[in-house]
Each structure stands twice: as C-alpha cells, then as structure tokens.
Design a binder for this molecule. Structure first.
Ligand code: FES
Ligand code: FES
Length: 153
C-alpha cells in the first residue's frame, strides 16, 4: 500500500506493506542507511530515530503507525544539541567500530533536548537501551557532559 511519511523535513510516499518496520523503509526505500540494524527486537538501540523529537526504536515500529509524526534520522539531525553532541563525539574520539554510534547520538541528542544539564544517573537512564559492543560507554558519558557544557556556554 502507499504510505506517506515525513522524514527529515521532506514528505515521501512509499509503496510497502503496512506492517513493514520503519527501519527498513528508511534504509531500503529512502536509502537513509545511517540508521542501523542490530537486533530487530528493540534491545540494542542501533536503529534509534526521533519521532516528533523522541528517541524511538525503528526496528519494531510498523510504518503505518508513524502517521503524521515527523521522523528524524541521523542524516537530518539539526539543532544546537545535535551540533554540540557531534562536536563532543569528535573531540573525544567516542566511536570505535562505529556501528552503534548513530543510535547513540540520536539518544544523546534526545536526552539533551529534554534535559540540557543531565547528571550521570540521567545519562545512564537515557542511554541504557543503547548497546555498544566496543564498550565506549565511558567516552559516551563524558562526551554528553562535554556537549551539555557547550550548550550551557
Ligand atoms: S535494531 Fe532496533 S533495537 Fe536493535
Ligand atoms: S563503537 Fe563499536 S559497537 Fe559501539
């Protein structure tokens, strides 16, 4: 069936089964391959996108349930918090293999947009669902603190 989606500020029509996970529409139909597949069962966070600004697992979200909510992927992330996170990630060399990192960045930006000055508990709570097999957790937490400092300044 034909489904209309708003992704990164643009409207797209895609012809897919209504229960296709949003992840596969983004990757296979729209060629937005920055959003990754990790587990497919909402357990790793690699597929995180924003739905009306809230971090959401796209691997378990049927595309028909997106409705008129705005989808933002790593390719379309634009905000002061996004800029601060991307800068901090680069300055602190956060990624190792990089596979999980677009999901990590989406969750970190979602956190800072709701809580601009998070403490360690808030960071750990917001990032708990994002798994990193390279164990970059300490750098992620430090980079979020750095990004928060940049936003405060
Ligand atoms: S691929 Fe969606 S949470 Fe793992
Ligand atoms: S950087 Fe390799 S899985 Fe996170």
């Amino acid at each position: 069936m034909s489904i209309t989606l708003k992704v990164n500020g643009k409207t797209h029509s895609v012809d897919v089964d209504a229960d296709t996970p949003l992840l596969w529409v983004l990757r296979d139909e729209l060629r937005l391959t920055g959003t990754k597949y990790g587990c497919g069962i909402s357990q790793c966070g690699a597929c995180t996108v924003h739905l009306d600004g809230s971090p959401t697992r796209s691997c378990v979200l049927p595309v028909q349930s997106v409705g008129d909510r705005s989808v933002t992927t790593i390719e379309g992330l634009e905000s002061p918090a996004a800029a601060a996170v991307q800068k901090a990630w680069a300055e602190m060399d956060v990624p190792q293999c990089g596979y999980c990192q677009s999901g990590q960045v989406m969750s970190a930006v979602g956190l800072l947009e709701q809580t601009p000055q998070p403490d360690d508990d808030a960071i750990d709570g917001a990032m708990r669902g994002n798994v990193c097999r390279c164990a970059t957790y300490q750098r992620i937490r430090a980079a979020i603190h750095r990004a928060a400092g940049e936003l405060e300044a």
